[in-house]
Design a protein around this ligand. Structure first.
Ligand SMILES: Nc1ncnc2c1ncn2[C@@H]1O[C@H](COP(=O)(O)OP(=O)(O)OP(=O)(O)O)[C@@H](O)[C@H]1O
Length: 660
């Protein structure tokens, strides 16, 4: 019902919203794949606390490595200021204790204040330095993270634009690429969270050191007062992630239903088939079950959080009692006890922040893992280095020898041991029924696909032995599944030759050859019309108009080898005739490979190659193939008969056109 995105009918996570079970007689909405952007949250919901802690050092190290590679200066600033702020926190606590010692000493208040003054000044200075370091760290981080994001994203695009086309045939690759696309955000978040985590740890360590310096027993008090609450906070966080993941099915279904009920594409069919009641029922059933699951989990979260608060409160109370007993017993001075109270509060604040950062580092780390894993796996799809790098000479001959290609997960080859020769200046046609391998064969000649076996030669040498970049510049390809680039009409044609200056006269000449010139001039802004409705004043074109633009793109370069795959499937008869006239104009001068099902248009080709199930079954001129009475003759006769019928029925008296 929703195309490629839908997969199974059972939600992930084991819950089964009403309406999806086998017992239900009503039609049900299919389930969407698990959302890739939930990877991190899902992993966190499934990981135990031990696993989280075990992975933290590796993730933080990864973050530091990435930021170091991107900007050493700023990374150093963040590191120095983070450690520095921690050290200042320790000094701050020690200065606080000194102040308290002086204030709690005997004697007149004036004298006590005077005695405490140096420590007070030290405290002020230390606090100021710590604040300054915080600001410096913030500045460095703000400068660092956009640079990290950019470097990470650019690296991704460097890879996605370089991998071979066959990478996109592998299901897993497309999926992984989608996941990796969150890499820049994830790395930025991981870097930020890791820095904050390190800063929090430094602060905590500082409190610990200061407390030990004041009195070793106080460390025990500090641990008792902080650890139970920290555990409870982490546990509540864990439950929150579980709640989120439990709602994942609901969110997916909500998203699916929103698309179906509130978007333009589905609106006409929703009304014409009367789907309103059906979709609203689906909504009620899905939301009813999922909301109950959500509420149950929400109760558990609240219980754990409350438990954490109670345990934390009790532990803190116990520490204060312990401090009181130690004081009464004369084991610690009053100032040390007071400092411990301050330290406990500081440590609790740091720990609250820390637990948040721990979760963040872990979840973002999973996305970063997706990104780095994708980059590593994508190297397998990078084109092989090699070739002499020599510029290819002008084309004399293309020789295809024993060429085969088998797509992944296919039992039979799409192209099977094809051998043929195309001489410079020839116009040749690849014909055959749907799926016979024409596009695949042309794609290998155009260096878009790597053969499983065999070789394509340019003037007697395999394509890969020439400078591949220069070779590509000599070949223009108009693909069957052309892309509608979101640019102006002029740019849409100019991208056919990005390395040359986009001169308007060249663009217009190419458009004229593809019967696109008049049509483009009639657009609201002529050649400057944006061909994408997402933009203000953007326009969309009809299928045939787009096809003219893409043909113009192919003509722009006047390439030595032009491959046109179904260039006229959507053209009206007049445009089709003009386009093929333009293709014939190339004959004898430059080489053209034409793929088309309109066999009337290949009659003028120098050679016609007929493919069937990937095998080259016939080759020759139109006259030769018709005389042979084989597969081509059969297809041609079939098509011609269709036209004959029309002529007979609608145009009585008109001469029957000859078909060969
Ligand atoms: N990316 C792909 N992954 C898997 N199989 C593919 C892929 N592209 C094409 N095929 C299969 O390879 C075979 C040849 O396809 P190809 O597109 O070359 O045929 P074609 O002769 O150009 O067909 P058409 O006339 O319909 O354009 C078909 O069976 C097709 O299903």
């Amino acid at each position: 019902m929703t195309g490629a995105a839908v997969e199974s009918v059972r939600p992930a996570g084991g819950e089964e919203p009403a309406g999806t079970g086998p017992a239900s007689a009503e039609p049900v909405l299919p389930e969407l794949r698990a959302m890739w952007w939930e990877t991190g949250v899902r992993a966190r919901a499934e990981a135990g606390l031990f696993a989280v802690f075990a992975e933290l050092p590796r993730l933080v190290a990864e973050a530091v490595r990435v930021s170091w590679r991107t900007d050493r200066f700023r990374t150093s600033v963040v590191a120095v200021t983070t450690v520095g702020a921690g050290v200042m926190s320790a000094f701050g606590l020690l200065a606080t204790q000194r102040v308290l010692v002086e204030l709690f000493a005997g004697g007149p208040t004036g004298d006590k204040v005077m005695a405490a003054l140096p420590a007070l000044v030290a405290l002020a200075v230390v606090t100021a330095i710590r604040a300054g370091m915080g600001i410096a760290s913030g500045y460095a981080q703000n400068g660092l993270t956009p640079r990290v994001g950019r470097a990470v994203e650019r690296r991704l695009f460097e890879v996605t634009t370089a991998v071979r086309l066959d990478a996109f045939d592998a299901d897993a690759f497309a999926d992984e690429m989608e996941r990796a696309s969150r890499g820049d955000e994830a790395v930025v978040s991981l870097v930020q969270a890791s820095m904050n985590l390190l800063a929090g740890l430094a602060g905590l360590l500082a409190v610990g050191v200061a407390v030990v310096v004041i009195h070793p027993l106080l460390l025990l008090a500090l641990l008792v007062a902080t650890l139970p609450k920290a555990w409870a906070t982490l546990r509540a966080g864990h439950l929150r992630y579980q709640t989120y993941i439990a709602g994942s099915v609901r969110r997916r279904r909500q998203w699916l239903l929103r698309r179906l009920m509130a978007e333009r594409d589905s609106a006409p069919e929703l009304r014409s088939y009367g789907l309103r009641r059906f979709l609203l029922d689906q909504y009620d059933r899905v939301m009813g079950v999922e909301t109950d699951i959500q509420l149950a989990l929400a109760r558990r979260v609240t219980t754990t959080t409350s438990l954490g608060a109670v345990i934390g409160g009790l532990a803190t109370g116990a520490v204060y009692v312990l401090l009181g007993l130690l004081l009464v017993d004369g084991r610690i001075p009053l100032a040390a006890a007071a400092t411990c109270v301050v330290a406990v509060q500081a440590a609790q604040r740091s720990l609250d922040a820390l637990t948040f950062q721990i979760d963040r580092v872990y979840t973002e780390g999973q996305h970063v893992g997706d990104y780095t894993g994708f980059l590593a796996r994508a190297t397998a799809y990078l084109p092989a280095e090699g070739g002499s790098g020599e510029a290819p000479p002008p084309l004399q001959e293309i020789a295809v020898r024993g060429l085969s290609l088998r797509y992944p997960d296919r039992d039979t080859p799409a192209v099977d041991d094809v051998t043929l020769t195309i001489r410079a200046g020839q116009t040749v046609a690849f014909v055959g029924e749907n799926g016979s391998g024409k596009t695949t064969l042309a794609a290998m000649i155009a260096l878009l696909r790597t053969p499983s076996a065999g070789v394509v030669e340019w003037n007697g040498r395999p394509l890969a032995e020439w400078d591949v970049g220069q070779l590509r510049a000599r070949i223009a390809v108009v693909t069957q599944e052309y892309h509608k680039w979101p640019f102006t009409a002029a740019t849409n044609i100019a991208i056919g030759d990005v390395d040359s200056e986009a001169r308007q006269d060249r663009i217009e000449a190419a458009a004229a050859r593809a019967v696109a010139d008049d049509m483009i001039r009639e657009l609201p802004y002529g050649y400057e019309t944006l061909l994408d409705r997402t933009f203000a004043q953007g326009q969309d074109l009809s299928g045939g108009q787009w096809q003219r633009i893409t043909a113009a793109r192919g003509f722009l370069r006047d390439a030595e080898l032009l491959i046109m795959d179904e260039p006229s499937s959507a053209l009206d008869p007049r445009a089709e005739d003009a386009l093929f006239q333009a293709i014939r104009d190339r004959q004898g001068r430059v080489t053209t490979i034409l793929i088309t099902h309109r066999l009337a248009n290949v009659r003028h080709a120098d050679r016609i190659f007929v493919l069937h199930h990937g095998v080259l079954v016939e080759a020759g001129s139109h006259a030769e193939l018709m005389a042979a009475g084989g597969r081509y003759a059969e297809l041609f006769a079939l098509q011609a008969a269709g036209y004959d019928d029309t002529v007979d029925r609608h145009l009585p008296g008109q001469r029957r056109p000859t078909t060969s």
